[in-house]
Write a protein that binds this ligand. Sequence first.
Ligand SMILES: Cc1cc2nc3c(=O)[nH]c(=O)nc-3n(C[C@H](O)[C@H](O)[C@H](O)COP(=O)(O)O)c2cc1C
Length: 279
Amino acid sequence: MAGSVDRLKAALSERFGEDFPVPEGLAGADELAHIASHRVCRRYRTDDVPPDLLRLLCAAALSAPTKSDLQQGDILIVRDKARREVICGLLPEMPWLMDAPVFLVFLANGRRVPQISAMRGTPFPNDHLDLFFNASVDAAIVLANFVRAAEATGLGCCPISVIRDHVAVVSEMLALPDKVIPVAGMGVGWPAEDGAISPRLPLSVTVHEETFSEDGLAEHIDAYDRRRAAIRPYRRQREPERFGTAPFYGWSEDKARQYAKPQRTDFGAFVRGKGFKLD
Ligand SMILES: Cc1cc2nc3c(=O)[nH]c(=O)nc-3n(C[C@H](O)[C@H](O)[C@H](O)COP(=O)(O)O)c2cc1C
C-alpha cells in the first residue's frame, strides 16, 4: 500500500528529522503509519463516544501484553458529568478537558494478585516494590494500547498525569481501595482539530546498540532543540520572572525549567498509604 508507506515515512521524518527506509512490501505499513502519526488531542467535539465503542476499545487495550499474565492494569470509566466536573475543577489549567465526553483512569491494581493468593490459600511473599512496579507498568502499557486503539477509530486522547497532583481527592472520589492507584487519567473524545506531530529526540539519543551510550548527548539535544523550535516553537517561556527570558527557548530549556520545581513530592507517601511497600 503505497499510501501507507508514504504516510509512515512522512510521519517519521517529521517526528525524528531523519528518513527511515521502509522495506518493499512491508506487512503492517498501515498500522505503523497510524502509530507513527500519533498526536495528543486537547480539543474535542462534544459528541458522545458510544458505550459499546468504548467497551470495544477497552477490550482492545486490555489485549496488551501483561507481566507474567498477571493482568494488573485496570481501566475506570467516568462518564457522569458531575463527577467529571469535580475532576476538571481540580485542573483549572485544562479547561478543554470538560469537553471530552469520557474521562478514563488507568489504574495500577496491585490488589488482585494477593487477593487471588488468599482465595487459593497460598502465601504471598511478594509484597514489595516489584508489586507496585509491575502493576504500574501494566497500567501504562494498557494506557498506550488504549491510545493506539482509540486513534485507529478516529478518536483523540490526552493522558492526564496531573490528576496525581490531587491524588488523594481523586482516589477517594473513585473509591479506590488499598493497593489500587491511578497511573494517569485520560480525556477521550472526537477531535475538534487535526493536531500536530510532536518531534521526538533522535534515535541516536534514545536507541542504544549493544551497550548504553551517551556519546554526543549535549550536541544531539542542541540539534533537537533547534529542529523542534523550527517546526513547533514554544508560544511562551516558563517562569521568565524566575529564569529570565531566554534568547533561544528550546525543549531542553523548557523541560529543565519545568523540573526546577518540586512536583508531587507527596506521591510516595500516598502510594505507601495505599498499602504498597516500596522497598
Ligand atoms: C503518562 C502520560 C501523562 C500525561 N499527562 C498529561 C497531562 O497531565 N496534561 C497534558 O496536557 N498532557 C499530558 N500528557 C500528554 C503529553 O504531554 C504528550 O503525550 C506529549 O506532549 C507528547 O505529545 P504527543 O503525544 O502528541 O506525541 C501525558 C502523556 C502521558 C503518556
